[in-house]
Each structure stands twice: as structure tokens, then as C-alpha cells.
Design a protein around this ligand. Structure first.
Ligand code: DP6
Length: 367
């Protein structure tokens, strides 16, 4: 598919109001997306586990309007008006306008809430942008249903276009539409992979990864000093960028055999290397920056020592922040959770952490 496949054939836009709602999860990358080209095209492929509990719930109410010069929308988080969210959504609407011809014809009331605390440092852009993209797709579906474009409403087209639109809001959001393992970015070893949207991982996944656990340790809950967008841009002219992008392709190939064989030691080695490489890229950017905090390193060292002593399959990954995602198989969760509670929670801000696990994607909500 190409970009053009997401531009719908002209359809009659009904002059009626309505309301749609979706809940969409966050996701955690195993091979990381870091670096992008124009139009939100990733510099390298990534693969993620969709999460289950960390999600955004978004309701969009749409009402026809007369004046079509500008977009018109208002945004609420937990019932409170959030004008500071508007620039990001304005940019999003500008990027997706050619794919959703009704955008200027309606006023949108966007009401959103997260199941995790907004200040937790957990990026809400993946769950938030995917939930919004799905709501807009549902609106398009309502409109085209009352006209005739059957192919435009098929589920696979719906999910692909939702992921495509979500990507234009935030790259990693395109991996949140479905579950449980999602690939984004064209790479030789994964058939069907594309830079345009996330696809379900098409190969066998060993039972060891079923119900894989992700306990998120909230080390630092403040606003990030460097946004992901700025960080991605610092990969342009980065001295190690090309090697890193090549490495991501190699790691996707390695991940394929790791997911098939269920080799958890190899899995841990790969995800930890990916996490530290991501942060190494930040530290070697110009200007350079560090998002890990002292407690991030304390936790990593504790995990390594416990793994050595216990032989359990506990590993970690990091996003663009100080929080630590502790990943482990469900079968070992009793002992590992005990270790987390006894030894790691002390390094979390106010002792806060979130227990999540691999999930299966977004759901539409009824009223
Ligand atoms: C480190 O998707 O937040 O989490 O496309 O600029 O919105 P934008 O960036 P974003 O970047 C996420 C980067 C990451 C790695 C990953 O999720 O693959």
C-alpha cells in the first residue's frame, strides 16, 4: 500500500452530529525507534509489545459547522480544558487533513483520560494519538457507511489507516492499534513490514512470551528535559547514526529467532542492549543529554545482581526517560514481583510503580 491508498474517494459528508469513543493502550518497544525522516518515516524498524492496562480513553463528539476556514476543536483531560494540548493536535490535523476530508466541516470536542497518572513520565502520546486516530476513523466509517465505499470500511483497512494516521501524530502510536507484538518500519527479515504503519508480527511467538509482564518503575515523574521529537532530530548528522540504524535491522532478524525459540536469555540480552544503545545515542548527540537518573542505574545494577543470584529471567528496557520497564515471564512473576517490591520500589518516586502485561490492542467503546 502507498500513501495514496489512504486518500478516500470523494464521498458525501452527512451534515449530522455524533459521538465515538475508543480506548487505546501504550506499547513498549523491544527494538527501539530512534531517528526519523520527513513525514514521520522512521530511520529504522522497531518491534514492540502492546500493553494492556496503561491506556488512554478518548471520546470525540462532532458537530457540523458553517465556517470551514479553520479546524475547530477543544480538548479536555479528566474533564478539565487543556489548551496546552491544542498545538500538537492542530499539527496532527494539518498532517492528516488530506486523508480525512471531513476535518474542517465539524467542531470536535475531544475528551480524554489516561489509566495511568499524567505526571507519571509514561508517554501518553502513543496511547493518546492512537485513541484519537481511531475515533477519527470511526467518524469516517459512520460517514462512508451512509454513502457507498465498502472497501473503505473493512477491518484491515480500518486498522491500517488508523495506524497510518496515528503515526502522523506520534511515531510509536502506530504500534498501539493492535497487539500483541507489532512491527513498524520496513525491514528485510519481516514480510509485510512497512514504514507507513504498524503490522502484526507475522511469525510464530513462543509460549514463553504469552502474558509477558511489564512492571513500570516510576523513577522520575517530571516533564522530560528533552522531548522525543528533539531527540529524534539529533540523530541527523549523528556520528554513529548509520551504524545504529544498521544494528536495528540486524536486531530485528535476531529477535525473530529469539521469539520463535523462546530463548529468554537471548531475549534479555537483546532488549537491554537496545535500551542502553538508545540512551548511548542520546549521550553522544550534539548537544548531548542524559535522561537516566541515579536511581535508574541503581535499579539496573540491582536487576543484574538479582538475575545472577537467582537465575530468574528478569530484564529491563527503557524509553526516552528515567523510568525502568522490568520485563519477565508470567511463570516467574511470584519471585520477581517479591524482589521488585522488596528491593526496587525504594528507588521509585513515592514508591510508585505500575503492573502491566502484554495486551491485544485498542477497543471501541459503546455508550
Ligand atoms: C524511545 O513516538 O514519542 O519510545 O514520533 O516524535 O512522537 P514522535 O516520537 P515517539 O518516540 C518514541 C521513542 C521511544 C522508542 C520507541 O517507542 O520505539
Amino acid at each position: 500500500m502507498t500513501e495514496h491508498d489512504f486518500i478516500p474517494k470523494p464521498y458525501t459528508i452527512p451534515n449530522q452530529s455524533g459521538k465515538v469513543a475508543w480506548e487505546s493502550p501504550s506499547n513498549i518497544a523491544l527494538v527501539k525507534y530512534w531517528g526519523k525522516k520527513k513525514n514521520q518515516i522512521p530511520e529504522n524498524p522497531s518491534i514492540s509489545f502492546t500493553l494492556n492496562s496503561c491506556k488512554t480513553i478518548t471520546t470525540v463528539t462532532f458537530t457540523p459547522k458553517e465556517d470551514t476556514t479553520d479546524f475547530s476543536f477543544e480538548v479536555y483531560l479528566d474533564g478539565l480544558r487543556k489548551d496546552d494540548f491544542k498545538p500538537k493536535i492542530q499539527t496532527f490535523f494539518e498532517r492528516i487533513e488530506s486523508y480525512l476530508p471531513f476535518l474542517r466541516l465539524f467542531h470536535f470536542k475531544i475528551e480524554t483520560q489516561n489509566t495511568f497518572p499524567h505526571s507519571s513520565g509514561i508517554a501518553s502520546s502513543a496511547s493518546g494519538m492512537s485513541a484519537l486516530a481511531l475515533c477519527l476513523m470511526s467518524i469516517e466509517k459512520k460517514m462512508t457507511n451512509s454513502d457507498v465505499i465498502p472497501s473503505a470500511v473493512e477491518e484491515s483497512y480500518f486498522n491500517k489507516k488508523a495506524s497510518y494516521l496515528a503515526r502522523l501524530g506520534s511515531g510509536s502510536a502506530c504500534r498501539s492499534i493492535e497487539g500483541d507484538v507489532i512491527v513498524w518500519g520496513k525491514t528485510k527479515s519481516i514480510v509485510g513490514s512497512t514504514d507507513l504503519y504498524g503490522v502484526k508480527y507475522p511469525y510464530e511467538v513462543h509460549d514463553n512470551y504469552k502474558q509477558y509482564q511489564d512492571t513500570i518503575l516510576l523513577v522520575d515523574k517530571g516533564e522530560k528535559q528533552v522531548s522525543s521529537t528533539v531527540g529524534h532530530n539529533l540523530m541527523h548528522n549523528h556520528p554513529f547514526a548509520q551504524n545504529r540504524f544498521n544494528q536495528a535491522h540486524d536486531n530485528m532478524l535476531k529477535m525473530k529467532s529469539i521469539l520463535a525459540s523462546g530463548d529468554l536469555n537471548a531475549f534479555i540480552a537483546l532488549i537491554e542492549s537496545e535500551a542502553l544503545t538508545l540512551h548511548a545515542m542520546m549521550m553522544t548527540s550534539m548537544p548531548y543529554f542524559i535522561l537516566m537518573k541515579p536511581n535508574t542505574l541503581e535499579i539496573i545494577n540491582k536487576i543484574w545482581a538479582f538475575r545472577k543470584k537467582s537465575g530468574l529471567h528478569i530484564g529491563f528496557t527503557l524509553d526516552a526517560g528515567a523510568n525502568v520497564h522490568v520485563l519477565y515471564p508470567k511463570q516467574e512473576s511470584k519471585n520477581i514481583l517479591e524482589f521488585i517490591q522488596n528491593e526496587l520500589v525504594a528507588y521509585c518516586k513515592n514508591g510508585e510503580y505500575i503492573c502491566d502485561e502484554i495486551g491485544f490492542g485498542a477497543n471501541q467503546l459503546d455508550f
